[in-house]
Structures are given as structure tokens and as C-alpha cells.
Design a protein around this ligand. Structure first.
Ligand code: SF4
Ligand code: SF4
Length: 228
């Protein structure tokens, strides 16, 4: 899932200063699951902003709403009529959702209420871990399912750097060394000889380093360019 957390209320209030009537719009998918931008958080954020404005003696209006997925045109289209009459939409979706909304509703202003952090998963209630940087050429088959691009602070591809100490990364004693984790799993599955295989330099052109990416699947494509 994409993981984010809500911007501080004061920052949001400052961003919304020029506007009177605001829709605080949650998203029903990733940010609901990571408890930062779903229906509940949209209601809480709108209530907190209304209270703040009352305290400051300002007459502004914040109303909550939610779209199941702000990152897909179909869901935006289904909800669009509900957004009429607002001066601005504060989106609690990830950055993908905010941009999809702006693309689909170009006459409206949609501002970000979250800081989008990373792709990852919940380790436990309230703890999320980044584990994929979308490099475009996955190597998890070589590393026993642990991503060295993301989980190693230096994205090392051929074993640990010299800073690994007692299983921890040199940048923090709280952070497991990714290569220690990979090594432990290689031992567990009797495949430690794989540590000796030398991986060639990675071609980063498949990652964001090669520029913004687009995937085209002709086998499932429906040409809707006229609609967009
Ligand atoms: S190797 Fe690349 S695609 Fe695979 S998990 Fe890591 S960053 Fe993601
Ligand atoms: S200590 Fe381990 S995780 Fe940290 S940078 Fe070095 S190899 Fe990567």
C-alpha cells in the first residue's frame, strides 16, 4: 500500500487561508488502511479545522467527503457532482490521488492534506515499513524476498557494506541491516552460496532515474484519449 500521514493542522490551515468553503476529501483505499486519510480522518480533519476557525473567529466552512479511490477516473466521475460549490478540495489521498483528481477535474483546485511517504506494509498496529521503491526490475528472487534497494540504506546489491554491525545498519542501531536479513534467510534455506554470485551494475533506467514512467499494456488497453 501507499503510506502517508496527515500534514500538521496549522500547515493545512495556512494552505487553505484564501478559501472559504472547503471539502475535506478522504480516499477509501490505501490511506484508509494506513489510518491517515479515509472517511474517518476526513471527518476528524474537517471538525478540527472548523473548531480552529471558530477559535480564530473566522467564518469558513469545512465539510468532509470520501471517494473510494481518488486515483481512478471512474470513481472520481461518480463523485464529482458532490464537489460542486466548494472553493477548494483538500485531498487526504496520496500524491497519486491528488494528481489524478487535478487531471480529471481541471477546473477545480485540489490541494494535498497528506505527506505521501512510501510503498510499504504494516508491521504491527501503528507501524509501517517501507519495502519497495518501484525500481522496475525486481530482484527479490535473488535476495530471498528482502529488497536490498529499499531496505539497505545504500541499496547495495552485492552483500553488505563495511558498516554492518551485529545485524544492524550503520545509519541506526534501530535498523536491521538488509544484507544480514538476506544472509539469515539464505542460511535458513541452505542457499548461502548465492552470496558469492556477483550481480552486475543495475540498470536504473527502469526506475524513476530513467524519467517518469508509463506502462502501456496493449492487450488490455481501451483507447480513451478522447475522454481524457
Ligand atoms: S527490487 Fe525493485 S521492484 Fe523489487 S521490491 Fe525492491 S524496489 Fe521493489
Ligand atoms: S549496514 Fe547493511 S543495510 Fe546499512 S548500508 Fe550497510 S549493507 Fe546496507
Amino acid at each position: 500500500m501507499i503510506v502517508g500521514d496527515r500534514k500538521p493542522l496549522a500547515e493545512i490551515a495556512e494552505m487553505l487561508e484564501p478559501f472559504q468553503k472547503v471539502c475535506v476529501l478522504g480516499c477509501g483505499t490505501c490511506v484508509t488502511v494506513c489510518l491517515s486519510g479515509g472517511e474517518k480522518e476526513a471527518a476528524e480533519t474537517a471538525a478540527a479545522l472548523n473548531l480552529l476557525m471558530q477559535k480564530e473567529g473566522k467564518t469558513k466552512e469545512f465539510s468532509p467527503g470520501v471517494i473510494l479511490r481518488q486515483c481512478e477516473y471512474e470513481y472520481i466521475d461518480d463523485y464529482a457532482a458532490n464537489l460542486e460549490g466548494y472553493d477548494v478540495i483538500l485531498s487526504l489521498a496520496c500524491g497519486v490521488g491528488v494528481q489524478t483528481m487535478n487531471s480529471r477535474l481541471p477546473e477545480k483546485i485540489i490541494l494535498p492534506g497528506l505527506n505521501t511517504r512510501f510503498m510499504g506494509y504494516p508491521l504491527e498496529q501503528g507501524v509501517w515499513q517501507e519495502n519497495c521503491l518501484g525500481c522496475g526490475d525486481c530482484v527479490l528472487d535473488l535476495t530471498m524476498g528482502i529488497c536490498p534497494i529499499t531496505r539497505c540504506s545504500k541499496s547495495m546489491l552485492n552483500g553488505p557494506c563495511g558498516g554492518s554491525q551485529e545485524g544492524k545498519c550503520e545509519i541506526s542501531k534501530e535498523l536491521d541491516c538488509a544484507w544480514q536479513l538476506i544472509y539469515d534467510r539464505l542460511i535458513k534455506f541452505n542457499a548461502v552460496e548465492r552470496m558469492e554470485a556477483v550481480q552486475p551494475p543495475k540498470d536504473w533506467s527502469t526506475s524513476h532515474h530513467g524519467g517518469p514512467r508509463t506502462i502501456v499494456r496493449e492487450d488490455v488497453r481501451v483507447d480513451n484519449r478522447e475522454q481524457t
